[in-house]
Design a binder for this molecule. Structure first.
Ligand code: SAM
Ligand code: SF4
Ligand code: SF4
Length: 343
């Protein structure tokens, strides 16, 4: 059993540690791997605002998760910076004792205008998604929205606002942005922001994923090592998803998130809360536990705690490991979409 301060374990003895909260299901981008334009155009019905958990409801549930052992909280979406007054939620969450890590993942397009407020409210860590520095390649992936220049200004503003250890996430796809990876590595080495290269995953049912579009981490690792020699580093904590490497010349580190070629379900400590208050115990889940209805019908903290505890005790998710071991997936099986629960 892993050494953690947690006392709640699932059927595979994995502790509950890491909560991702989706604060909005809408986004100003239409990344082809997440929310492709063809399916999420004008006529798509996103959640109505009355269905969004309020900041008070999110804070109350988060306190319960923390009482059960969660120590890392990440706000995500959709694009979290589209949620009005997000800094107020951060202010509330930052007062909860025993959260060691309060972080946010963003596409960076609104960061320049919000970085200072987020920092002041108590946000401590930022991950910015940036798939390519090349304008045309970036736009091909983002559905023609935003630009690398805008994202880079957001990152600069965040640094000026006092954020340290900003991470850059890039999803790499064959024949799409694979050829621009070394530019991102150069940017990461010169800026000091840690780059994490993510394998393209079959999340949801909308991105028409094919295994042939995945660029395996090992391929990227060899390519990068040939240019800038790297060596492995220890994980920072139990259940860390990225495999860390350091540049041998001392110019920082880089991470690889290899959920397709080297699945890490065995140490998966994550759970996800959707914008409308549904709890998912796996990124590839089709079922969820509705927390919003009991919450709004007057459930006590004890009753909500019991619902969450039961869900975690029953948890037997190992989607990526099964995909890897059995080499087959049921493409028709309905799955939650990434933008509904966040990455
Ligand atoms: N909108 C924000 C952003 O893009 O950073 C936060 C939400 S987004 C769903 C969170 C992360 O999931 C992003 O880094 C994105 O690149 C990643 N992501 C989305 N779809 C993915 C997929 N099919 N495979 C791998 N990563 C994916
Ligand atoms: Fe939006 Fe993030 Fe999904 Fe791209 S990955 S469509 S930025 S939610
Ligand atoms: Fe965790 Fe599910 Fe991903 Fe496995 S597939 S690592 S259980 S989220």
């Amino acid at each position: 059993m892993p050494q953690t301060k947690n006392s709640l374990f699932d059927t595979f003895q994995r502790p509950m540690q890491d909560l991702r909260i989706s604060v909005i299901d809408r986004c100003n981008f239409r990344c082809s791997y997440c929310m492709p334009d063809a399916e999420f155009g004008k006529h798509y019905s996103f959640l109505q605002t009355k269905d969004w958990l309020t900041f008070g409801e999110i804070t109350r549930l988060t306190k319960i998760f923390v009482s059960l052992g969660v120590s890392k909280v990440r706000l995500t979406g959709g694009e979290p910076l589209l949620r009005p007054d997000l800094h107020e939620l951060i202010g509330q969450l930052s007062t909860i004792k025993n959260i060691d890590d309060l972080a946010l993942t963003t596409n960076g397009s609104f960061l320049a205008g919000q970085a200072a407020d987020l920092q002041k409210a108590g946000l401590r860590r930022l991950t910015v998604s940036l798939d390519s520095l090349d304008e045309a390649t970036f736009k091909k992936l983002s559905g023609g929205r935003g630009s690398p220049t805008e994202v880079l200004s957001g990152i600069t503003a965040a640094k000026q606002a006092g954020f340290r250890n900003i991470k850059i996430n890039a999803v790499i796809q064959k024949n799409i942005n694979e050829h621009t990876v070394l530019d991102l590595v150069d940017y990461s080495r010169s800026s000091g922001h840690i780059l994490r290269l993510i394998e393209y995953m079959d999340v949801g049912n909308c991105n028409h994923w094919e295994s042939t579009a995945v660029v395996k981490s090992n391929t990227l690792l060899e390519q990068i090592n040939a240019q800038y020699p790297i060596e492995p580093l220890e994980a920072n904590y139990y259940g860390e998803v990225a495999e860390r490497y350091r540049f041998k010349d001392g110019q920082g580190e880089i991470g690889f998130i290899s959920s397709v070629s080297q699945p890490f379900c065995g140490t998966c400590t994550r759970l996800r809360l959707s914008t409308d208050g549904k709890l998912y115990t796996c990124l590839f889940a089709s079922q969820s536990i509705d927390l919003a209805t009991p919450l709004r019908n007057g459930a006590t903290d004890t009753e909500l705690t019991a619902l969450i505890t039961t869900a975690w005790h029953k948890r037997a998710d190992k989607y990526s490991e099964n995909r890897y071991l059995f080499r087959s997936i049921d493409r028709q099986a309905p799955k939650v979409e990434m933008f509904q629960i966040g990455g």
